[in-house]
Design a protein around this ligand. Structure first.
Ligand code: SF4
Length: 700
C-alpha cells in the first residue's frame, strides 16, 4: 500500500471530500516527504480511476502555506504562538475551573464527521469519561440525522444505503430526490449513466433544474419544503392504479392500511397545488416507478434538512416498501452522505443520544456493555445531553467552555450571527483544526491538527463500506494528530489510563469490541482484512464474515416481528411561510468546487478560481420584477439577517424562489438568513427553506 517509484512514494488512501471516498494514491517525495500530487486508484471499484475536481485538488492542502503549525493562545486580544505545554496546561486549568464552578456538563464537545472512525469513537469516549460531560454532539447533526432517524423508524437500521453502489446499474428506475448528485457526489454519476445505458428511467425531484435534473427523463420541479406531499401523491397514484406489491406488503410490512387511507386525499391535482408540479408529471413519475421491476429511491439534504425531514425520508422509503423494491440487486434506498465520513461519523458514539455501535445511550443494557468495554461504572456515562445546535444556543449559559474539533459552526450553522454571539459569550473556547477557520478566529486556544493525508485509520463510505486510510508518516511543524491531542488532554486531566493507545489500530480494535452486537457491528473487521480487501461492509459480526454489501436480502427488517414499518405522514410544509414582507423562498446548497463550510476548499487556488464567491440564482421573471440584471449586486434579507451577493439570472430555477450556495463565511455567509427551526426527532435545522426579500443594491 506504499509503492516506491522514481524517488516518490505512492501512499494508498481515500479522498476526504465526500462520502464516495474515492480511492487515490498520494504522491510523496521519498526523501523529504513533501506531498507533490495525486493519482486516482484504478483498483478501487467505487471510482475505478476517476476523480472529480475536488478530489484532484484535495492534496493541495498538505503543503498549504496557511496550515496551522503551532498552538496559538489569545493574549491581549491576539492569537499568538505558544508551546504545546503552555496551551494544554491552560486548557486543563480552564476545564477544571469551569467544572468546579458549574459542574461537569458545563464543558461541551462539538466535533465533526470528516474525521476517521477512530477519532469519532474517541471523541465520544473522551467527552463522557475523559471530561464527564453529557454535552457531546457533532456537525453530522446538520447533515445525516434526518436520514438516520427516518431509516431507523422505517426499517430499524441506519446504513446510508441498503445496497452497494454497483447495484445502481441494475435498477430499472432511479428516483433522485433533493440531491444534485452531479455536483455533490460527482462520481455517483457513472453509476447512474450505467443504469441509463441499461434502459433505466431517471426521475429527479428538485426545485432547480440542476446538472442532475438536466439529464432526467422527468424533472419534478418541486416547491421547497413539499416533499411529503409529493411522495404521498406518488403513493396515491400507485395505490389507485394497482401498482403496489400486495404480497410483499402483507408478508413483510405493517401500516399499509393507514397509509392508504391517508393518501386518498393526495390526488395529483391536490398535490400539484401544494408542490407546484403538474399533475401529469406526478402521474407519469408514479407510473414509471410503480411499473418498474427494480428501482431505487435515493435522496439527500434537499429532502432531509427540513423541520419535517424525517417524515419526508420515511415517506420516500414507503415508495420502495409498497412496491417491494428492496433486498435485491437494483432495488433499495439510499441517502448520499456529504461529509467524507458521514456514515462512520454517526455510528461510534459522538452523537449525544448514542453510544458506539448505534446503541441508544438511554438503553440500560447498552450502557452496561459500553461501561464494561471502557472499564468504568455504568453510572459514569453521562447523557443524553444537547444536540449540536441546541449546544450552540446554550453557550454562555448552560455551557461555559467549548472544545471544537474539525468543524466550523460559525459558517455551517443556521442564523450564524447569533452563533457568533454565542461563541463570544463563552468563558473559554478551544478549537482544534488544520486551518484558522472563521470559528477558530474566535477561540482562546487553537491547536494545530494534521491533514487527512497524514492520517492512518478508517472511514465508512456512503454504501456502508469500511475503508482503510493510510497516512504519510509526518507531522509538519508542531501539528499533531487529533487522536494524540485528545489522549494527551485526557492524560493531563488525570484520565489517561482510559486512553492508552499507541496507534489508530489500537483504537479501532477497541471500537470493534464496543460495536459488537450493535446494529453497526464492526467486530469482524480488522486492519488486516481491510488491507486485503477493497473495504468491508458492515454488519460484519465475526472474523470469518466478509460483511454484508446488500441489506434485507432475507426480507427480515430490524424489528422484533421482522416487518418494515410503512409510516403515514401528512404534509405540513416549511416552518417559515412566505409573507408580504418576505415573499420569496430561499434554498441553500453546494457547488462541485467546495466542501462544507469551505475552510479547506476556499484555500485551494484551483477550486477558488472556478467559484470564488457566492451568488444568488434567480429566474429571469423574478429578476425582471425587481429590475435586476445579471451580475448586479442584490441584498437578500430574512427575519434573521442580510447578505449582499451577485445575481445570477438563470432559467434553471423556479420563479418563486432563489438559491445561494453556502460555502462562505463572515459577511458572505448565506446562513445569516437561514431558519434555525429544528426537526423535532433528528434536531436538524431547516436549512433548505426560509422566507426572504430581495432588494436591488443600487436602490437601497
Ligand atoms: Fe472525492 Fe467525492 Fe470527488 Fe470522489 S466524488 S473525488 S470522494 S469529492
Amino acid at each position: 500500500h506504499a509503492i516506491e517509484r522514481d524517488g516518490e512514494d505512492l501512499i494508498s488512501t481515500h479522498c476526504c471530500f465526500c462520502g464516495m471516498q474515492c480511492g487515490m494514491n498520494i504522491r510523496v517525495k521519498t526523501e523529504t516527504k513533501e506531498v507533490i500530487g495525486v493519482e486516482p486508484r484504478y483498483d478501487f471499484p467505487m471510482n475505478g480511476g476517476r476523480l472529480c475536481p475536488k478530489g484532484v485538488a484535495a492534496y493541495r492542502q498538505a503543503e498549504h502555506g496557511e496550515r496551522l503549525l503551532s498552538p496559538l493562545i489569545r493574549k491581549n486580544g491576539e492569537l499568538v504562538k505558544a508551546s504545546w505545554d503552555e496551551a494544554m496546561e491552560l486548557i486543563v486549568s480552564k476545564i477544571q475551573e469551569v467544572q468546579a464552578q458549574y459542574g461537569k456538563d458545563a464543558v461541551g464537545v462539538y466535533s465533526g464527521s470528516s474525521m476517521t472512525n477512530e477519532k469519532c469513537y474517541l471523541m465520544g469516549k473522551f467527552a463522557r469519561i475523559g471530561l464527564g460531560t453529557k454535552n457531546i454532539d457533532y456537525n453530522g447533526r446538520y447533515c445525516m440525522s434526518s436520514a438516520s432517524f427516518g431509516f431507523n423508524q422505517s426499517v430499524g437500521i441506519d446504513r446510508g444505503s441498503t445496497n452497494p453502489w454497483s447495484d445502481i446499474k441494475s435498477a430499472d428506475v432511479l428516483l433522485l430526490a433533493g440531491s444534485n448528485t452531479a455536483e455533490c457526489h460527482p462520481l455517483s454519476m457513472p453509476y447512474i449513466w450505467g443504469a441509463r445505458d441499461n434502459g433505466a428511467k431517471l426521475i429527479v425531484i428538485d426545485p432547480r433544474q440542476t446538472k442532475t435534473a438536466l439529464v432526467a427523463d422527468i424533472h419534478l420541479d418541486i416547491r421547497p419544503g413539499t416533499d411529503v406531499a409529493l411522495a404521498n401523491g406518488l403513493l396515491h397514484v400507485m395505490i389507485e392504479e394497482d401498482l403496489v406489491d400486495y404480497d410483499f406488503i402483507n408478508k413483510h410490512t405493517t401500516g399499509f392500511e393507514k397509509l392508504k387511507e391517508l393518501v386518498k386525499k393526495y390526488t395529483p391535482e391536490y398535490v400539484s397545488e401544494i408542490t407546484g408540479v403538474s399533475a401529469e408529471k406526478i402521474v407519469s413519475a408514479a407510473r414509471i416507478f410503480g411499473q418498474s421491476k427494480n428501482g431505487m429511491a435515493m435522496f439527500a439534504r434537499g429532502v432531509e434538512q427540513h423541520a419535517t425531514g424525517t417524515d419526508a425520508v420515511s415517506t420516500y422509503v414507503n415508495l420502495c416498501l409498497v412496491t417491494g423494491k428492496i433486498g435485491r440487486k437494483g432495488s433499495g434506498f439510499a441517502t448520499f452522505t456529504g461529509q467524507g465520513n458521514g456514515q462512520g461519523g454517526r455510528e461510534h458514539g459522538q452523537k449525544t443520544d448514542q453510544l458506539p455501535g448505534f446503541r441508544k445511550i438511554t438503553d440500560p443494557k447498552a450502557r452496561e456493555y459500553i461501561a464494561g468495554v471502557w472499564g468504568v461504572d455504568e453510572s459514569e456515562i453521562p447523557g443524553p445531553g444537547l444536540s449540536a445546535f441546541e449546544m450552540l444556543q446554550a453557550l454562555g449559559s448552560e455551557i461555559k467552555l467549548l472544545i471544537l474539533a474539525c468543524s466550523n459552526p460559525i459558517v455551517s450553522s443556521p442564523s450564524v450571527a447569533h452563533v457568533g454571539d454565542y461563541l463570544k459569550s463563552l468563558d473559554f473556547f478551544v478549537a482544534i483544526d488544520m486551518f484558522l477557520s472563521e470559528s477558530c478566529e474566535l477561540a482562546d486556544v487553537v491547536l494545530p491538527s494534521t491533514v487527512w493525508v497524514e492520517d492512518d485509520g478508517t472511514t465508512t463510505n456512503v454504501e456502508g463500506r469500511v475503508l482503510r486510510l493510510r497516512g504519510i508518516d509526518r507531522t509538519p511543524g508542531e501539528s499533531r494528530r487529533d487522536w494524540e491531542i485528545i489522549c494527551d488532554l485526557a492524560e493531563r486531566l488525570g484520565r489517561g489510563k482510559y486512553f492508552k493507545y499507541d496507534k489508530p489500530e489500537d483504537i479501532f480494535n477497541e471500537l470493534r469490541v464496543a460495536s459488537k452486537g450493535g446494529i453497526a457491528d464492526y467486530y469482524g473487521i480488522t486492519y488486516e482484512k481491510l488491507d486485503n480487501m477493497q473495504g468491508v461492509f458492515w454488519p460484519c459480526p465475526t472474523e470469518e464474515s466478509e460483511g454484508m454489501p446488500r441489506l434485507f436480502e432475507d426480507l427480515k427488517f430490524n424489528f422484533p416481528d421482522g416487518k418494515a414499518r410503512i409510516l403515514a405522514f401528512e404534509h405540513k410544509g416549511p416552518n417559515e411561510k412566505i409573507s408580504e414582507e418576505y415573499p420569496i423562498f430561499l434554498s441553500t446548497g453546494r457547488v462541485v468546487y467546495h466542501y462544507l463550510s469551505g475552510n479547506q476548499t476556499r484555500r485551494i487556488e484551483s477550486l477558488l478560481n472556478f467559484c470564488p464567491d457566492p451568488y444568488v440564482e434567480m429566474h429571469p421573471n423574478l429578476a425582471k420584477k425587481y429590475n435586476i440584471g445579471n451580475g448586479e449586486m442584490v441584498k437578500l434579507s430574512s427575519a434573521r439577517g442580510s447578505i449582499e451577493v451577485v445575481a445570477k439570472i438563470t432559467k434553471i430555477i423556479r420563479e418563486d424562489m432563489v438559491f445561494v450556495p453556502y460555502h462562505w463565511g463572515k459577511t458572505l455567509a448565506i446562513n445569516h438568513l437561514t431558519n434555525p427551526a429544528l426537526e423535532p426527532n433528528s434536531k436538524i435545522p431547516e436549512f433548505k427553506v426560509c422566507a426572504v426579500k430581495i432588494e436591488k443594491k443600487a436602490e437601497i
